[in-house]
Design a protein around this ligand. Structure first.
Ligand SMILES: Nc1ncnc2c1ncn2[C@@H]1O[C@H](COP(=O)(O)OP(=O)(O)OP(=O)(O)O)[C@@H](O)[C@H]1O
Ligand SMILES: [Mg+2]
Length: 379
């Protein structure tokens, strides 16, 4: 363990009776990073956080915090602090007293308490509100009090369990950016739990994607999105057009995979063989609308279809194109470019590059099951 790592889990397993909630989880959280644990409800996120904070002990494996092995060390002796899903502010205490509470408990001298609390309130943008009660604040302001109360104790690591989930959509969007800025400013390591992939993408330096008690991939947001290493990750993070097809032809560097009426070319991987079943993912923004008869632009895959619907979402236009037998393909493009927006019923030509198709062998039934579950969880 080097100095630059704040939290490390080594082969952590947690069983409750004969149910294993977390299985063989290992990852390291570099100091000063915003690290998110992302996964659907029930996948073991809170359990993992409880193992880091010390509220629960692992069945097997080691937990390291700031260079120390902390198995068996009680929560109050670990250099971590937790912000919960539901705020636990003291309703009858002022904002100042809420934030000062932990410092007073730790018998920090009065003058120091005052200066540290005031400085922290300034950091979270609550100067002037120190005499208010929590009920006299907005949801977002209350959340900032909870975070200030935690940060004022200067923990090495802050653990946050879905702290924005109680807020309405607009406020959540706003707090996302604020929380990210705050983390940058104070430089404290944040371990942040969420089931919302967009939240994780916006805020994190690194993301661990979890499903059914296992961590499937750890990486930067862009890596997770562009180079998913598991079908679950590809389907849970971001939007995709999905296919399940059979390899019908192989050449040196490409493969042809057929899914019913749709046949597409993709990059060949060393383990591909004719007759094998593959899951394919295609990001909507990689599906381009091509001129109907132009031959300048020739991506390896091209189909014609009829526009089924056009949805304007601010600067983004989302277009559903039926490419046969009720198979819709989603394409996204930005408004305001030279591209004309198609109309419903229009015949269009779509194209995508072989290199943009992400494929995984689908011989494992459990992968399919996980995938269906993930899609269900997204709805
Ligand atoms: N004390 C416990 N005893 C038995 N089973 C438990 C216990 N705590 C958690 N579990 C189970 O472990 C699994 C993981 O729970 P956990 O709370 O970690 O999920 P989560 O990812 O935080 O979900 P959510 O997003 O809904 O909060 C669930 O199936 C849950 O029922
Ligand atoms: Mg939870």
């Amino acid at each position: 363990m080097t100095d630059a790592v704040d939290v490390e889990l080594r082969d952590i397993t947690k069983a409750f009776g004969d149910f294993t909630a977390v299985r063989d989880v290992s990852f390291a959280v570099p100091r000063g990073t915003f690290f998110s644990i992302l996964g659907p409800s029930g996948c073991g996120k809170t359990t993992l956080l409880n193992l880091i904070s010390g509220f629960q002990e692992p069945t097997a494996g080691e937990v390291w915090i700031a260079g120390q092995r902390v198995n068996g060390v009680p929560p109050n002796r670990r250099k971590v602090n937790m912000v919960f899903q539901r705020l636990a502010l003291f309703p009858l205490m002022t904002v100042f007293d809420n934030v000062a509470f932990g410092l007073r408990m730790a018998k920090v001298p009065q003058a120091q308490v005052r200066s540290r609390v005031m400085a922290m309130l300034e950091t979270v943008g609550l100067t002037g509100m120190e005499r208010r009660l929590p009920s006299q604040l907005s949801g977002g302001q209350q959340q900032r009090v909870a975070i200030a109360r935690c940060l004022v104790l200067e923990p090495a690591v802050v653990l946050l369990d879905e702290p924005l989930s109680a807020l309405d959509l607009k406020l959540r969007e706003h707090m996302k950016l604020q929380l990210k800025h705050l983390q940058r400013e104070v430089g404290t390591t944040f371990v942040y739990i969420t089931h919302d992939q967009s939240e994780a993408m916006v805020m994190s330096d690194r993301i661990a994607v979890m499903n059914e008690g296992q961590v499937l991939q750890v990486g930067a947001p862009d890596e997770i999105y562009s180079l998913p290493c598991h079908p679950f990750v590809a389907s849970f993070v971001g939007e995709s057009n999905t296919f399940q097809g059979t390899v019908v032809e192989l050449s040196e560097d490409s493969a042809i995979v057929k899914d019913g009426a749709v046949q597409m070319q993709l990059s060949r991987t060393p383990d591909m063989a004719v007759g094998q079943s593959y899951l394919q993912f295609l990001r909507p923004e990689n599906v381009r609308l091509l001129p109907l008869d132009g031959d300048r632009d020739r991506p390896e895959n091209q189909v014609r279809g009829r526009v089924q619907s056009v949805i304007f979402d601010g600067a983004i236009v989302r277009c559903l194109v039926n490419i046969g037998r009720d198979r819709p393909l989603t394409t996204l493009f930005t408004r305001g470019t030279t591209q004309a927006v198609p109309y419903v019923g229009e015949t269009v030509r779509l194209g995508w590059r072989a290199a943009d198709v992400i494929a995984f062998p689908a011989q494992h039934r459990d992968q399919m099951m996980q995938l269906q579950k993930a899609q269900f969880a997204e709805v």
